[in-house]
Design a protein around this ligand. Structure first.
Ligand code: PLP
Length: 505
């Protein structure tokens, strides 16, 4: 079957999306439902994104006014191109970037392209549910003191899981050291648009803020905004790099979707967010009644560097269940209830919600989870579920001593960096250009990787080129693979071999 046919068939079925894009496959503000009828090129009267002076310039100004930024750039290549541009504009070639270790791979790719030395600040470990916590302002300051050559600081807030760091405090410190702060707020395009969601980094003094409109708002996939909020990063350099990293044929369908999304928010955001709040919180209330499956509560705020939390990210933790793991829960939700989750981790699943969600959709999720939970109480399917967990742990010699308890703090996006920090021997750009040889993964401990390894989603590297491979990391990778989690980054798609530096330093 062709892709278009498969998608058309899928659209006719009753699968409900608890994943991106935030329009949840509804038109929302857009009126035209035939994308071909508005798919044009730079013809007279329709401006040019790469030289915007007219209707696109006005559209960018509307987005800028909505968010209260100094200047806003449209991006049709997602937050990915916006992050590449921000990193490139804020640093010099071969310079130094202080970045959160739990940044999206796009930030690492930016460092690669600019030949940067990367210095890391690590998120706190949230131990109750095994999430990555926030970035502590004092940790940022410690690195700024230690490495005066740092040119810019980049953190991700919120994380994929909805964890928000104390951006205001971090911005204050970064500015004391005379550097710019870039915040990857890809998952927070809805921040500050209602009083019950977290405040945007734009109001906290960040210098550049990046939003994926498509993640949490009703806009087409690939649509993003880059906001410049001060003079600390050159607007003209941002403009130059946005011109380099984006296509020279920006889609008018995407740009129309962005302007329509902004228009919808200008007009109706109060009502849309109020409806969303009611439906979301009644769903959260129902979910909190589950006995075995735990809804990660908003009360995780205030510890582990978690300054604020986005309640729109519904995280269903099975860390305390012996008979089910994250993959199994996602599988049941999909196969039995036709509910597609955004992300599956070792011990939890993540449902992404937005103003695009319907009351019925959220009710379906609550009903399904409570029914699965009841079955867990009654022991229904427990054997089948347990087999799947046990087989996850049967991963051969290299992981023979690993127990599920060990893995709880290490899973997926919540890699416990305390226990598992690799030493960087080369810069990313150096390592990726050295002669390589292939090693069996299980024989690669002690070698220096020339490849990334990450789970997708969330696309946060577990291993970065130039880092020395540890035994803990290899154990984690094998365990994740056994759990059916999606390991990516290796050139060997079967994840049997890894390319390592041929001659060590
Ligand atoms: C934290 C974070 N930043 C950036 C990106 C890249 O965003 P986009 O898909 O809009 O390019 C992602 C994608 O999932 C992400 O999770």
């Amino acid at each position: 079957m062709r892709l278009d046919e498969k998608l058309e068939q899928y659209a006719r079925e009753d699968y409900y999306p608890f994943h991106m894009p935030g329009h949840k496959r509804r038109l929302m503000g857009m009126k035209e439902d035939n994308p071909f009828s508005i798919d044009i090129t730079e013809i007279d009267g329709f401006d040019n994104l790469h030289h915007a002076e007219d209707i696109i310039a006005q559209a960018q100004k509307r987005a800028c006014a909505l968010y209260g930024a100094k200047r806003t750039f449209y991006c049709v290549n997602g937050s990915t191109a916006a992050l590449l541009s921000a990193v490139s504009a804020a640093t010099t070639r071969n310079g130094t970037l202080l970045m959160a270790r739990n940044c999206h791979k796009a930030v690492y790719h930016g460092a690669y392209l600019r030949g940067l030395k990367t210095v890391y600040v690590y998120p706190q470990a949230e131990t109750s549910y095994g999430l990555n916590g926030g970035i502590l302002p004092e940790d940022v300051e410690e690195q700024l003191k230690k490495y005066p050559e740092i040119e810019a600081v980049l953190i991700t807030s919120p994380t994929y899981d909805g964890v928000v760091s104390d951006v205001a405090q971090i911005a204050q410190i970064v500015h004391q050291y005379g550097k710019p702060l870039i915040v990857d707020e890809a998952h927070g395009a809805h921040f500050s648009l209602a009083s019950w969601v977290p405040v945007s980094a734009l109001s906290c003094g960040a210098d550049v803020v990046i939003h994926s409109l498509h993640k949490t708002l009703p806009s087409l996939t690939q649509t993003a905004l880059l906001h410049v909020n001060s003079d600390r990063v050159s607007e003209s350099l941002i403009s130059r790099f946005m011109g380099i990293y984006q296509t020279s044929s920006p889609s008018y369908v995407f740009m129309a979707s962005m302007d329509s999304c902004v228009g919808l928010l200008e007009r109706d955001r109060k009502a849309l967010f109020e409806e969303y709040r009611k439906n979301l919180f009644s769903c959260r209330e129902e979910l909190s009644k589950a006995e075995h499956i735990q809804l990660v509560p908003e009360s995780i705020k205030g510890r582990s560097g978690i300054y604020d939390y986005d309640p729109g990210k519904i995280i269903l933790s099975v860390g305390k269940c012996d008979s089910i793991n994250g993959s199994k829960l996602a599988e049941i939700l999909l196969e039995k209830y036709h509910l597609q989750m955004e992300m599956t981790a070792e011990n939890y699943v993540l449902a992404l919600t937005s103003i695009g969600d319907s009351k019925e959709g959220l009710e379906r999720l609550a009903r399904a989870v409570l029914e699965i939970d009841e079955n867990l109480s009654a022991g229904v399917n427990t054997d089948a579920l347990k087999n799947s967990v046990d087989s996850c742990l049967d991963t051969g010699n290299i992981v023979e001593n690993a127990t599920r308890q060990d893995t709880r703090a290490l899973s997926c996006s919540n890699n416990s960096y305390k226990e598992n920090r690799q030493q960087a021997v080369y810069r990313i750009s150096e390592a990726m250009e050295l002669p390589v040889e292939l090693r069996k993964l299980e024989k690669s401990v002690g070698e220096i990787s020339t490849e990334f390894v990450y789970l997708y989603p969330p696309g946060i590297p577990l291993l970065v080129p130039g880092e020395r491979i540890t035994e803990t990391l290899i154990k984690d990778i094998f365990r994740f693979m056994k759990q059916g989690l999606d390991i990516q980054g290796l050139s060997d798609y079967n994840s049997e071999y890894i390319a390592v530096v041929a001659v060590h330093r």
